[in-house]
Design a protein. Structure first.
Length: 156
């Protein structure tokens, strides 16, 4: 099972470049990969002035649509341009999963799968009831790409 903890986190905001995903989960997975390839090729995150250089991937359901964002953590008073969205994460309890992989998408996938397929179903004191969740890169070295996933929780 993936390494995880439950931690209290302060509120934070991610400024994200938006796309809408459609289809089944394998299709959405390929759409995420294609989206990140475009974001990285266009150096789109270079234009987002964040409070750190960590690339964030955010999942959010809005009005029955599955939105996916590439972004950076920003100050709470930041503004969004066309095609961007400020995604607010409230202060509170979060499932925090850490992991490593050989590349960025491998990291995001290695965090999302265990979060929703293994860890959340086994939690007895907390539940995920929706809202945005995020994975982000915290660094890289000769061992690979390292990062975390944050999933907001409520007490059962």
């Amino acid at each position: 099972m993936a390494n995880y903890t439950i931690e209290t986190k302060p509120a934070f905001t991610v400024l994200g470049i938006d796309t809408v995903l459609t289809g089944d989960f394998p299709t959405m997975g390929q759409q995420k990969t294609d989206f990140w390839q475009k974001i990285n090729a266009d150096h789109a995150l270079d234009n987002l002035a964040g409070i750190n250089d960590y690339p964030f991937a955010v999942n959010e359901a809005i009005n029955g649509e599955f939105h996916y964002y590439a972004g950076r953590q920003v100050a709470t008073d930041a503004t969004a341009a066309t095609g961007q969205r400020l995604i607010e994460f409230p202060a509170g309890k979060y499932l925090v999963i850490t992991g490593s992989a050989t590349d960025q998408m491998g990291l995001y996938n290695s965090l999302e799968g265990p979060a929703f397929g293994e860890i959340l179903p086994q939690l007895t004191d907390y539940a995920y009831v929706g809202g945005p969740n995020t994975s982000y890169v915290t660094g890289s070295d000769d061992q690979g790409i390292h990062g975390e996933m944050l999933v907001p929780l409520v007490a059962k």
